[in-house]
Write a protein of this length. Structure first.
Lengths: 52, 727
């Protein structure tokens, strides 16, 4: 049963990692414009001009 | 990135159709030194502009953005209402709750599955698994369930039951009972059921809120279009473009030829013809002179005029119409949404069932109260309206995205449900059954070369009749002659050119020096062309029916819907159109106030009415009808008042909207039946004490998936178009 003591925390941590990654991406506005993001991926970085 | 607070201004941008639009819009704005940053959101069609320097922002800066975008071919409007922060926040909270519930459901399921199928699991391992599950599920249920607990608590405080009450009761009891079982170390736990329940229900709730929010933001984008600009006449005689809010009563505004009059007022200088069809439904232009009243929303067809703005608050037509519209909206009976109707039956039934189960086991079967209670709780868990919570939102989301693809915007969330109940369609004439723009109706014979010259002249003018004439020529593959160089336009009168030493004129009767000829009606819009040979050619214009109006009316009648025409135009015109379309019920010369009253009258006789209209005069009627739809060319107030807005020029959009609504209602009923069927099968298991966590989990996820798949069926089948209507 030693293997359980190792596997359960690993499973939980992996799930938790996914959850935190999602909450972070939600917070940083990555879900605000799903339609626009599909096109923005194709632009060159300096195409749109200054960003600051 | 700079962290200091800069003012952000929001705009609605029209005409975003291509991927490179983002680049064009943002690039053009960022080149301007006044703009700090610009970000375009393609999903919401909104642009936020951050200024480079907060201190020197004036009201003109919004105009700057609009000008820059105008130059590259986009129409932009300042966003009228503040972005509804509460909607955004609620959606975010729900998304977070979904994430937490999903995480918990997945991990608890991992442990539960090994519990159900791990036959050789020792008692200690089993208990360990139950405690780990409790550790994950309890905080998750406490957090992710909050939206439901709050709503349930509010309902109970107000002494009524909604769908959230059985949900909250089931989740809390499932968690509580499982915890008790885990402490005692015997029996089954339902942590997986509780978290999965929340996960599915939150998805349903998120979709529902998302659709409402997007309908609301569509409505807000449309409202923003109302902000026009006025050309204010300065003291020194120059003209300055200003936002409408900055115009005060008594100011003088300049209205060019072909421009829309932005405010009510009185003509100070000049005389012209006004197209008032948006207000009155009357298609014949109205002549105005000094001291005539002109109204917002009408179009100046003739020469430029100067208008003194009058006090807009008070008794102007616009105010009258808005007041009528608000009255009508209040009268629109509080519509009970299908989901709420279902909840009002479902919630009491479920609680009663659980109570009966408890009493039966305790008194009749005579077992201990603890065990009776466990069985009763099992009934509550299994009947929890998981599929029911998904049944309506999923269908609505699929339906609105299907409509969106067909160019139909859904503006009010329950518009679909109301649309499915109609039995009468009331049409406005101008702009609804017709396109609302002039088209060449009759013309005298002219040679191709003459038409080419005329087309070349018309192409230089922005007058609506000129544009209609160019379109007419293009349709006949007559392209503007290229030999003409010098064309002079006299606004509101016509154009002239000299070719090979001979003069050609294109314009109104006066401009072309036409004597009154008997037999040619003056009552129509017309332009004249005087050729070099001195020949007079007349073109008359008429607002023509939409290309599929007849098919559409036939289809509606074939589907047992009554069709009525309600128009402000003159009776003979309305009668002629009704006869062309085969409509028996028609009313002409109806004032805006009477339109809404007529709708109320029809509603009193027990009809459910769909109103199709575009003019300002239709706005009260649109608000009064059970459900309403207007074309995207409609007056802004009418678009605000209606539940649907359609972009295509064909009326088949109307049928697509109707059919989609009908089908989605059928699917919602289907989904309700599926949910009920699942309950009928599962409840006996629970009530007789055979419920195991495995059965609960299977029943719950199975029913949810079936409901979602069923809703997706709405995407099948091609959208309605003119050809399909005829079949």
């Amino acid at each position: 049963m030693n293997v359980l003591a190792f596997l359960i925390p690993v499973a939980l941590l992996m799930g938790l990692g996914g959850l935190i990654a999602f909450l972070w991406s939600l917070k940083s506005g990555q879900f605000d414009d799903l339609q626009g993001a599909t096109y923005r991926a194709l632009f060159e970085e300096d195409d749109i001009g200054k960003t600051e | 990135m700079s962290q200091d607070q800069k003012t952000v201004e929001q705009f609605v941008v029209e005409g975003l159709s291509c991927p490179s639009c983002i680049r064009k819009v943002e690039g053009a704005l960022r080149e301007n030194p006044k703009v700090g940053d610009a970000h375009l959101n393609l999903s919401t069609q909104r642009l936020s502009v951050k200024w480079a320097n907060d201190n020197d922002i004036g009201p003109d800066d919004s105009l700057l953005v609009i000008d820059i975008l105008g130059k590259i071919g986009f129409n932009a409007f300042p966003l009228r209402e503040q972005k509804s922060a509460s909607d955004e926040k609620e959606l975010r909270t729900l998304l977070k709750a979904i994430a937490v519930a999903g995480f918990a459901a997945a991990n608890v399921m991992l442990l539960s599955v090994s519990d159900w199928f791990g036959a050789d699991m020792g008692e200690n391992t089993r208990q360990l698994f139950q405690w780990v599950s409790a550790l994950i599920a309890l905080p998750a249920a406490a957090y992710a369930g909050l939206p439901f607990y709050r709503s349930a608590w509010n309902a109970i405080k107000n002494k009524h039951l909604n769908m959230e009450v059985p949900i909250s009761v089931a989740v809390i009891l499932a968690c509580g009972m499982s915890l008790a079982q885990a402490i005692q170390g015997n029996g089954e736990t339902y942590f997986d059921a509780a978290t999965m329940l929340l996960f599915f229900l939150l998805i349903g709730r998120y979709l529902d809120r998302k659709m409402r929010a997007s309908a609301k933001s569509t409505a807000q984008n449309l409202v923003s279009h109302q902000s026009f600009f006025a050309n204010l006449l300065q003291d020194d005689g120059s003209v300055k473009k200003v936002a409408l809010e900055q115009v005060n009563p008594g100011d003088i505004i300049h209205i060019g030829s072909g421009e829309r009059i932005p405010l009510d007022g009185r003509v100070k200088h000049g005389s012209s013809e006004i197209d008032a069809s948006l207000i009155t439904g009357e298609t014949t232009p109205e002549k105005v002179n000094v001291d005539s009243n002109v109204f917002a929303g009408t179009i100046n067809l003739g020469q430029p005029i100067e208008v003194t703005v009058e006090n807009t608050s008070g008794a102007t037509i616009l105010d009258e119409i808005i007041r009528l519209m608000e009255n009508a909206e209040q009268n629109r009976a509080k519509y009970v949404r299908l989901a709420d109707k279902a909840a009002s039956i479902y919630a009491p039934a479920v609680h009663l069932l659980a109570l009966v189960t408890f009493l039966a086991w305790f008194f009749v079967a005579g077992i201990s109260w603890q065990e009776s209670l466990i069985t009763a709780i099992a009934v509550l868990i299994i009947t929890c309206p998981c599929a029911l919570g998904l049944a309506v939102p999923v269908v609505q989301v699929v339906a609105s995205s299907r409509l969106f693809k067909a160019g139909i915007l859904l503006k009010s969330p329950d518009g679909l449900e109301r649309m499915a109940e109609i039995d009468t369609v009331v049409f406005d004439k101008t702009g609804s059954l017709t396109l609302g723009e002039p088209q060449v109706d009759s013309f005298d014979t002219a040679t191709v070369s003459e038409l080419q010259i005329a087309a070349a002249m018309a192409a230089r003018s922005s007058h609506p009749l000129s544009r209609a004439f160019v379109a007419f020529c293009e349709k006949r593959r007559i392209y503007p002659s290229e030999h003409i160089e010098q064309i002079e336009e006299e606004a509101g009168l016509g154009l002239k050119t000299i070719l090979n030493g001979q003069e050609y004129r294109l314009g109104n009767r006066e401009w072309c020096n036409i004597e009154d000829e008997s037999g040619k009606t003056i009552n129509q819009s017309e332009i004249w062309f005087v050729s070099a040979a001195g020949r007079n050619v007349q073109f008359t214009f008429k607002d023509k029916l939409r290309s599929d109006a007849k098919e559409c009316v036939d289809w509606l009648k074939g589907n047992k819907l009554d069709v009525i025409i309600l128009s402000g135009d003159r009776m003979p015109v309305v009668k002629e159109m009704a006869e062309t379309l085969g409509v028996q019920d028609y009313f002409g010369e109806i004032k805006p106030q009477d339109k809404a009253a007529k709708i109320e009258e029809l509603k009193k006789s027990g009809r459910n009415i769909l109103m199709v209209g575009d003019g300002l005069n239709d706005a009260p009627a649109l608000a009064a009808a059970n459900v309403s739809i207007s074309p995207s060319t409609a007056a802004d107030i009418s678009q605000t008042a209606s539940d649907f807005v359609f972009l295509p020029k064909e009326l088949s959009s109307l049928i697509e909207a109707y059919k989609t609504s009908k089908r989605s209602r059928r699917l919602v009923y289907w989904n309700f039946s599926l949910a009920a069927l699942y309950n009928v099968i599962a409840i006996p298991f629970a009530a007789f004490g055979f419920l195991t966590p495995l059965v609960a989990a299977l029943a719950m996820s199975g029913s949810s998936i079936v409901v979602i798949l069923n809703a997706l069926r709405l995407n099948l089948g091609a959208p309605m178009n003119s050809e399909r209507i005829k079949q």
